[in-house]
Design a binder for this molecule. Sequence first.
Ligand code: ADP
Ligand code: TZD
Length: 578
Amino acid sequence: MSSILERPAATAAEDTPKTTDGFHLVIDALKANDIDTIFGLVGIPITDLARLAQAEGMRFIGFRHEQNAGNAAAIAGYMTQKPGICLTVSAPGFLNGLTALANATTNCFPMILISGSSEREIVDLQQGDYEEMDQLNAAKPFAKAAYRINKAADIGIGIARAIRAAVSGRPGGVYLDLPAQLLSQTLDAEQGRKSLVRVVDPVPRQIPAPDAVKRALELLKGAKRPLILLGKGAAYAQADADIRALVEKTGIPYLPMSMAKGLLPDTHAQSASACRSFVLAEADVVMLIGARLNWLLSHGKGKTWGGPKQFIQIDISPTEIDSNVAIAAPLIGDIGSCVSALLAGIGSGFAKPDAAWTGAIAERREKNMAKMAATLEKNPSPMNYHSALRAIRDVLKTHPDINVVNEGANALDFTRSIVDMYQPRKRFDAGTWGIMGIGMGYSIGAAVTSGLPVVAIEGDSAFGFSGMELETICRYHLPVTTIIFNNNGVYKGSDPNLNPKGPDVPVTAFVKGARYDKMIEAFGGVGYNAATPAELGKALSEAIAAGKPALINAVIDEAAGTESGRLINLNPKKGATK
Ligand code: ADP
Ligand code: TZD
């Protein structure tokens, strides 16, 4: 049988084939850059590309929807600083993957969406080809860069370009268009081999200017009430030891953004998470390390930020500076280089912040933590977010290396503040967009990339966006435990029906008493139904110990939860349905 798995023109008598083709060159070019995994979904014209990847020793993880494959690639990119690869078919497959590409770009995660595309001459004249679409131009607004390779001889350089674009500077999503005819083009094997490019220094260090370091240090040294804000850029940078040293040597209290949790353990004495509003309002100098002053930080102004303050901002992207408010001391460079320059500048001579500041923080922190502890200890029936998360927190405490994926509104907000993280790059969530639908894609990406267990903590609505990937999790036997906070609806399940005489249910409602645990059983996974914290904790411990696909349907009070979680103020007409 002549198949794609053979090199073209190879005969039994020959050791090395004389020609190669586009299919082989794509795989060879990825492998030349140590890329060993593709997340995707097959079909015309890329099925054989996926087959070949597998035959050539790469992993091909096949999904049920391209958006989830794209999300898996994106989170793999975030975890490794290597671009995650998502492979899709043309037009609809490409568009399904595009949301993930846009989300990766928005979150500064490196990934490459590779899509097969239809015949150019037919697409360009709009003559109605199979899955016809001008994908390259459609991708451009959503990607950091977008390229098409038209000649087999350019595959090596095209893939090199895509890799460099994804990971250098501010990371992001890159689109790579591979027309069907490219994949079958043949090329002399030796010429093909020579055309491959191994990218040298794909993530070049960017050293900050000495005067910028000096300016930042002077501002920091003069601060009365300094604060360090760690964002997911800081987690991405993999400068964990130096960031910890900077925090500890300066003695400055710090706040981790959601995905920076665990960069230092959440139990660290300098963490100000338990009194976030107080420190944001009261600090006089705030040093942002890989965090943008976007909506998640109230754009750096307004009531949240209290009195006047000055910012130091460490970022690789110069245009991020002054994006929302004036930045007194910009520090442009990669976080590793910037933080080590600050450490060198500090030497042993940094006066730790005044006890009046750290003492006030400690006092509030203790008070708030005691209040939270009392709330967490309550055992209402049915469970609420707090009692369920207490059970989850207690189990996860004993698994500090576990990956946590988290989405929903209330399920997201409460998990973020209740479940402590202990290690860097272990928490993956709805991120910069507050997007729903990353759950199973991120879980699969994290499990495949780390080889470690994943616990996905999901609102019942959030889970629905990617729930079919339970089959993928079971198919690849991944150690993913999904916990559904089942409160019968979006935000909650107890909204009134505003047209009781009409045929429909409330706009936020789902089927009551749904048994999500039965879904995973259909694919051979283990389902649990948990109605109490004790049942939930036991199920979670068991599932993690088993290391097999599992789903826990955690039954929550359907009246628990608020509209949009903590974002109620972003709804245009607040409380319209109250
Ligand atoms: P968060 O949502 O946690 O606040 P953001 O995604 O808003 O974080 O911000 C991350 C920032 O980190 C981006 O502005 C990005 O340019 C920056 N960044 C990412 N990687 C690096 C790096 N290696 N060095 C410096 N800055 C980086
Ligand atoms: N669609 C997409 C892609 N992203 C979104 N953020 C939304 C819709 C709107 N949305 C939220 O912002 S949170 C949410 C939706 C639909 C789900 C909240 O319900 P849940 O979680 O069941 O997942 P809780 O715990 O009940 O709040």
